[in-house]
Design a protein around this ligand. Structure first.
Ligand code: KG4
Ligand code: ZN
Length: 335
């Protein structure tokens, strides 16, 4: 059988993305990251859906051009069904449904969190073996997931308040960094002293996380220090970033490794936007020396993108796991 050509569509939050996948090969993965939210310090849902509406056709056109694929050769349309922002999801899902109907090809609804995890299957010859544990860290989610097959995923721990990416973004905002602040904190940390400021590691029950206490602790700490010296943040920005990054990364890994040990699963996978973080990636990779089998997506597949949607689309296509036209966008879709 010829390798199927799958078009992936992602529009769950503030990135409009369309990808074309042929078999295992990503032919294109076009991402339009909406800049409009930066001045508001976070995503404004109404502006996001309007921007998706403007972007979707141009992004789709470029993705097909880059892939050098004609529409008549596409075998299936995969799209993000949820979780995400309702207005944003509706743009992608309506577009995907129209394409599927017009071209008379299968439609495949994809869970965005599953797609982050299965981005690690971008290389068929080097995919994680089942069962594996995934630490999914994004702007909206922080989860430890046990995966036994393409359609057997169990969340065994998650954040009870802020997600890890949200912690980076909200604390970064207090430091005066642009949105999203995660990459900026990462960048400033490179020349900072991670042991300069000692924040208490958040307490966790079972395999769950909690980051809102850290956010509040940093807030009060900064208020006190800025009262004493109004230039405190500017003068100590790199050390502050490094100290905060260290505590978030250590908290994530400590809990994840506890789950790995207790469940006796040594196949470990990282996923989601925060998996672009250099400290997290380095610490994770160093686990290879301790006999863990490690998988990390390439940087371009860590943050929101449509290639990861198309990858799940391909796996579902091979297993004939199709959706019908009654499938609806679901902002709270669970794994
Ligand atoms: O997965 P993603 O693109 O979107 C969601 O589904 O939420 O994740 C976005 C999150 C943001 O919070 C962003 O600050 C964070 O990923 N992020 C990072 C880095 N790159 C992106 N956080 C820390 N270090 C980074 N290098
Ligand atoms: Zn995401």
């Amino acid at each position: 059988m010829k390798d199927p050509i799958i078009v992936g569509i992602e529009s769950s939050c503030d990135d409009t993305s369309v990808a074309v996948l042929q078999g295992n090969k990503i032919l294109s993965n076009v991402i339009n990251s909406q800049k409009i939210h930066q001045k508001y310090g976070g995503v404004v849902p109404e502006l996001a859906s309007r921007a998706h509406l403007r972007n979707i056709i141009p992004v789709f056109t470029v993705a097909l051009q880059e892939a050098n694929i004609s529409l008549k050769n596409v075998n299936a349309i995969a799209f993000t069904q949820g979780p995400g922002l309702m207005g944003s999801l509706l743009v992608g899902s309506s577009f995907a449904k129209s394409l599927s109907q017009a071209l008379s090809i299968p439609l495949i609804g994809v869970n965005h969190m599953q797609a982050h995890i299965f981005a690690n299957f971008y290389d068929e010859k080097n995919s994680p073996d089942f069962p594996f544990l995934c630490l999914t860290v994004s702007g909206g989610h922080t989860q430890i997931v046990k995966i036994e097959s393409i359609d057997s995923l169990e969340v065994i721990g998650e954040t009870k308040d802020d997600a890890a990416g949200e912690a980076f973004d909200k604390i970064g905002k207090m430091l005066g960094l642009p949105y999203p602040a995660g990459p900026w904190i990462d960048q400033h940390s490179k020349t900072g002293n991670k042991n300069r400021f000692d924040f208490t590691k958040p307490k966790m029950e079972a395999y769950n996380f909690s980051f809102s206490g850290l956010k509040t602790a940093v807030k009060y700490f900064l208020e006190k220090k800025c009262d004493e010296n109004p230039n405190f943040i500017q003068e100590n920005l790199n050390d502050l970033c490094a100290s905060i990054q260290k505590i978030i990364v250590e908290t994530l890994l400590e809990n994840f490794l506890k789950a790995s040990k207790n469940l006796n699963i040594k196949n470990l996978v990282l996923a989601g936007g925060v998996s672009a973080n250099s400290l997290l990636r380095n610490k994770f990779l160093s686990l290879e020396k301790e006999n863990y089998s490690i998988h990390i997506p390439p940087i371009e597949l860590t943050t929101d993108n449509a290639a990861m949607i198309a990858i799940v689309g391909r796996l579902k296509y091979e297993n004939a796991l199709f959706s019908d036209l009654s499938v609806t966008a679901n902002p709270r879709l669970k794994l």
